[in-house]
Design a protein around this ligand. Structure first.
Ligand code: MG
Ligand code: ZN
Length: 460
């Protein structure tokens, strides 16, 4: 009798845990970040792919909000800037704290490490993964597991280089091993012991640090190294994955017919605009042999969820929506947004059989592409009317015409388009609607993810 009294509470606790486990599958988060994917870029892709009455997979998530994008000044963190970059915004999504342009999970001016949701998830015994179409050392994935004064500190070779355009407080010297720092982003990503790392950036890992080759170090840490699509699709179960599928960023999926991009509008001798012919988007032959973002996402989800009672945190980035908008390449942008949306679809399929999965799809900041009227509209107003930037007319999949303009940096010498300061969309599923205000900010997104995983909020 006495013995039973001693065992009974244990038995009760045990059955309670058991029934809880049966009812509540492990909490997981998939954070999808479309780099530079504001409403304009979403609409551009949707119109091209599915027409005026269509919808992308991400737009069919049951909840949505709009997020303010916030950035503070390096020289005065009490002041805001109204245009962000991917480093400071990924930092905010990863850490729940604000910082200045270029910083990777470190604080403006004071250069203190800001702890990330990936690190908190790891501490709690969850699995973690980062997937990107960019180099894994690029700002967005970096901010989840590395801490550097500047996004340019990607590999050991970068650490001694001066960054001409960055503040004195943001040079890579601050993170050098010889100064007590943690070294480059590539080294820190490997030291972070992340279960799944899939993307580009082989060249940053094909280097040595303190006499050790980074890829060899990764292999001895238990990583299975992958460099081809076939290897990803045929990979066995079990080990940690480091997939580096290109020397730098992965090739994009689509290009314009004849490699066409948006162009400044030529004028004839009378000063009249000569609009160029519409074009469609085609497959980029250079993408062959590269895994798609959906394939990388599915591989990551399989690895992170297999025999896992504790859940995971996974960040998936569609990186080149932004990079192609900088280059005024609408087909590159649309193709990458499509690839990103297909990855979101894979996430939704996963969540169907793993119901305690929170999916958040958002962007880090706005970009430059805008849908504007067709040439006929300008010509109707007189023969000297035309848009001032780079312009392209696309033949959409359904055969309609759609014109895109990029006009944040002037032709003919503009190096590239620059980011814009618009709010970014947030699409969600797997969360109570009452927790999602119609207007939020990127720090709140971090809080929602931590709450879902049962992790403590950032303290500093
Ligand atoms: Mg990025
Ligand atoms: Zn950018």
């Amino acid at each position: 009798m006495r013995r039973l009294a001693r065992v009974a509470p244990l038995l009760l606790a045990w059955t309670a845990t058991l029934s809880l486990a049966a009812e509540q599958p492990p909490a997981s988060v998939i954070l999808f970040i479309g780099d530079g994917m504001d409403e304009h870029q979403v609409t551009l892709a949707r119109n091209y792919l599915y027409g005026a009455e269509g919808a992308l997979a991400m737009e069919q998530l049951p909840l949505r909000s709009s997020a303010r994008v916030q950035t503070v000044r390096e020289d005065d963190p009490g002041q805001f800037r109204y245009v962000a970059d991917s480093a400071n915004t990924a930092t905010t999504l990863a850490t729940g704290q604000l910082t200045s342009l270029g910083r990777i999970a470190t604080s403006a001016t004071t250069d203190q490490d800001q702890s990330t949701i990936l690190e908190a998830a790891q501490k709690a015994g969850l699995r973690t993964g980062l997937v990107s179409t960019a180099s894994l050392t690029d700002a967005t994935p970096a901010a989840f597991a590395a801490h550097t004064a500047h996004r340019s500190c990607q590999s050991p070779a970068d650490m001694a280089k001066a960054i001409g355009y960055a503040a004195a407080t943001q040079q890579c010297m601050a993170d050098q091993h010889s100064r007590g720092g943690k070294g480059s982003i590539a080294e820190q990503l490997l030291a972070a012991n992340i279960d799944v790392l899939l993307g580009g950036g082989k060249r940053y890992f094909a280097q040595s640090s303190k006499g050790t080759d980074l890829q060899k170090a990764a292999a001895s840490q238990g990583y299975k190294l992958l460099s081809r699509r076939r290897e990803l699709l045929e990979k066995g179960p079990g080990s940690k994955l480091l997939g580096l599928f290109a020397p730098g960023h992965l090739p994009v999926e689509w290009i314009g017919e004849g490699n066409r991009r948006a162009q400044p509008i030529a004028l004839n001798w009378l000063g009249e605009p000569q609009f160029s012919e519409p074009f469609a988007c085609v497959d980029n032959p250079d993408h062959r042999g590269t895994p798609t973002l959906k394939e990388m996402t599915s591989a990551a989800l399989t690895r992170l969820s297999a025999d896992n009672a504790k859940g995971f945190f996974l960040m998936v980035e569609g990186a080149a929506i932004d990079k192609q908008a900088h280059r005024r390449n609408p087909c590159g942008e649309i193709g990458e947004l499509r690839a990103f949306d297909l990855a979101v679809q894979a996430g939704r399929e996963f969540a169907r059989s793993h119901p305690n999965t929170l999916i958040i799809v958002t962007a880090d900041h706005g970009q430059a592409g805008q849908i504007i009227p067709l040439p006929e509209y300008f010509l109707a107003w007189g023969n000297r009317q035309y848009p001032p930037g780079y312009y392209a007319v696309l033949k959409t999949r359904s055969g309609e015409l759609m014109a895109v303009s990029y006009a944040t940096n002037a032709p003919p010498n503009g190096r590239g388009e620059v980011h814009t300061g618009v709010n970014v969309p947030v699409y969600l599923q797997g969360i109570d609607a009452a927790q999602v205000p119609p207007l939020m900010d990127q720090r709140q997104l971090n809080r929602l993810m931590r709450d879902h995983l049962g992790l403590n909020a950032a303290t500093d």
